[in-house]
Write a protein that binds this ligand. Structure first.
Ligand SMILES: [Zn+2]
Length: 140
């Protein structure tokens, strides 16, 4: 780990805040890495680094083949906000690969914790959605 931006051309941005040194011996220096970006000061520096090093990164991680998500694992719960829809039909248990778009209740769409938090748009995860589909007899 380094506290400095990992783009070696970071000083070439020539921003005012990068100037150091005394008169006659001034220079630009790298910025500190940004807490949110991790190893770079900005998206521009991250992009420059990535363009130079992406082949090294992908070779280190390794390539994977095509991934698939089969129909029995394609369940999810969708929250659809609509001014016209009542609370009862805002949630849907969906499996597009099976052509299923089943209205469900809020109690089915959310955990008790999610209901207590009163975040309408947060729903159970895809694994729980599949379990719900099995309970409702839509999947086995
Ligand atoms: Zn930078």
């Amino acid at each position: 780990m380094s506290e400095w931006c990992q783009n070696k051309k970071c000083p070439e941005k020539k921003n005012q805040n990068q100037i150091r040194g005394s008169k006659g011996a001034k220079y630009y220096q790298s910025n500190k890495a940004n807490h949110w970006l991790g190893h770079w000061c900005s998206n521009g520096c991250r992009e420059a680094w990535w363009n130079e090093h992406k082949d090294t990164c992908i070779n280190a991680v390794g390539f994977i083949d095509k991934q698939v998500l089969p129909l029995e694992n394609a369940w999810f719960v969708e929250y659809r906000y609509s001014y016209n829809s009542g609370v009862e039909n805002r949630y849907y248990l969906r499996n597009k690969l099976m052509g299923i778009n089943q209205p469900i209740t809020r109690q089915q769409a959310q955990t008790q914790e999610q209901i207590d938090a009163d975040h309408n748009w947060v729903t159970i995860d895809d694994t729980q959605a599949r379990e719900l589909a099995i309970r409702l007899g839509l999947a086995s």
